[in-house]
Design a protein around this ligand. Structure first.
Ligand code: 16G
Length: 240
């Protein structure tokens, strides 16, 4: 399976081979990977080459190293299909997982510049700031800070923030959520957020900003999220 006369670097061939084994399920999450020495002997390649392949798989979140024990296959990443404007609660329920929230902050404050701009309101206008750790089966997946105009949307409480905001907007307030614009950027976790998401310094995250609009074009929410990049990936269908 490793072709030494191919122009494709050997480390890359090995990396792809291990990725396929993970994707096809012959290596499952939690499985211990063969050691560097075993791979080197099996494929008659150098340990340096094996190390390079494994390092790339570690950086892409497919496997992780545990000091003194070895390298293990990571949990499968959640795939969110992008054109669907779904809520965290819906996404997790669809996967058969139990969503929950830990409230980090619930406050009402004058809109910061960036928030006022996104929500199309004045800086002095009050907004709800709702910061939540979003968990799936009690595992923290993301840290999400939502801003909503207080003048437009009345009645959000801490109790509601512990559940689904979209359900409150749609089922209780009968609002029609219509579309959103979303920005996705890669980064590394900062020191304040790493504890909340159970991550380590330097771990990769996806920073997501979403502005969601009602059917009459009014901005409903401006949301800044930090998603664990080792657990999440986004999929989009494209047509030409
Ligand atoms: C998702 C949305 C977020 C929205 C939230 C509502 C992304 C990146 N963000 O997390 O914008 O506010 O769902 O979830 O998908 P909820 O209805 O469960 O509170």
């Amino acid at each position: 399976m490793i072709n030494k006369s191919s122009p494709i670097p050997i480390y890359h061939q090995l990396e792809e081979r291990i990725k396929t084994e993970i994707e096809e399920g012959s290596l499952k999450s939690g499985d211990l990977l063969p050691s560097e020495r075993e791979y080197a002997e099996t494929f008659k390649i150098s340990r340096m080459t094996v190390r390079q392949a494994i390092s790339n798989l570690v950086s892409n979140g497919y496997v992780y190293r545990k000091k003194g024990t070895g390298t293990f296959v990571s949990q499968k990443k959640f795939e969110q299909i992008l054109p669907g404007l779904t809520s965290f609660t819906e996404d997790m329920k669809r996967r058969g997982m139990v969503p929950s929230n830990e409230l980090v902050e619930f406050s009402i404050l004058p809109a910061p510049e960036e928030v006022a701009h996104a929500l199309d309101i004045k800086n002095s206008e009050s907004v709800y700031k709702i910061e939540r750790i979003r968990l799936a089966d009690n595992f923290p997946m993301a840290l999400e800070t939502t801003f909503v105009s207080k003048h437009r949307i009345e009645g959000i409480t801490e109790e509601i923030a512990h559940t689904s905001l979209y359900e409150y907007f749609e089922s209780t307030l009968n609002l029609n959520i219509d579309h959103a614009t979303q920005l996705i950027e890669s980064s590394i976790i900062n020191s304040e957020e790493k504890k909340l998401l159970h991550m380590k310094t330097g771990d990769p995250v996806l920073l997501i900003q979403r502005t969601t609009y009602l059917d009459d074009g009014t901005p409903l929410e401006f949301v800044k999220s930090v998603y664990r990049a080792d657990r999440y990936r986004f999929m989009i269908d494209m047509k030409r």
